[in-house]
Design a protein around this ligand. Sequence first.
Ligand code: NAI
Ligand code: MG
Length: 363
Amino acid sequence: EKPRALRIAVIPGDGIGQEVMPEGLACLRAAAARFNLDIELDEQFKDWATCDRYLRTGSMLPEGWKETLAPYDAIYFGAVGMPNLVPDHISLWGSLIQFRREFDQYISLRPCRLMPGIACPLANKKVGDIDFWVVRENTEGEYSSIGGKMFPGTDREVVIQETVMSRIGVDRVLKYAFDLAQSRPKKHLTSATKSNGISITMPYWDERCAEMAKGYQDVSVDKYHIDILTAWFVLRPELFDVVVGSNLFGDILSDLGPACTGSIGVAPSGNINPEGTWPSLFEPVHGSAPDIAGKGIANPVGMIWAGQMMLEHFGYKEAADIMMKAIETALESGGSQVITPDLGGAGTCQSLGGHIANLINKL
Ligand code: NAI
Ligand code: MG
């Protein structure tokens, strides 16, 4: 069955977001042309989520942004932030964080995969050894606004911030992670816990996980306390297939996982509203990289891979597989004139992006 037409809002944002986005779009267009996909890439949002816009108008997004974006299936997002022009809390909270919150993107999804042509920071790992997903709960848990401060500025000063876990919130992230595990060859799920120390919410998380597991008899499940889990990420990453964690644990793991596989310029990320009630958002992990912005040397792979994740999310499997293969082939054998400087080459954002787009056409 052919997936329905997709409408994508394209928001390149600041800095290298503006440079990597055209490469991401070229690759998506190549995939769409080759597989005859019905995808609209709407580029009318060129100055949304930019610090330029903030300096000009006093806000990162125009009024009515939510109504405008709501009908789209997804947002294809570059990066935001120009800390020398606008403080980060204003630029990020005025754009990206709004999307994540208002569009109930309760899954944060990141692949941790060792790619060819990238020096792995872990010793003796080869391509294939590290290939797993981190699924993070993205709306509640430890990052709650329940709490407060009493007797500020006195000896009796007290601060409290509560962890909030709802059955709906816990179950929906577990369900997403179990579904993902079930779709993969290894069918293995690892849950991050800390029930030996955090004795109310974490046992609850474990209990819901055990309950969810009953509906997935073909998925093998294990759990680790977060402290030793971080050690296993580094020492034995081949253990993992899908790793699910609460907001805080997932936050840590979703930085550690990709870090174990090399360049920041390569990793993508999805902020997903699985039901499609609201748009999901796909973006590279990296930021706007002001230190290299304007030089044309940003690695476009994170942006392109984010587009690949987007196609996969919406069920365009064939096209997504070819995009992945094109990325891998380019990293493996693109050559030093094509590969960007962050990976040791002398190429440019355009040379690497163009190479991948070509491969999508002909692989
Ligand atoms: P960053 O990810 O922008 O840069 C960190 C380092 O990695 C820099 O040296 C940069 O040159 C390098 N780098 C990043 N992406 C690269 C790429 N594609 N190719 C080659 N090298 C790359 O993080 P940083 O410097 O902490 O933040 C810069 C700005 O970006 C800040 O305003 C920050 O708030 C924002 N930011 C935005 C994010 C987003 O939009 N999702 C995520 C992270 C940071
Ligand atoms: Mg983080």
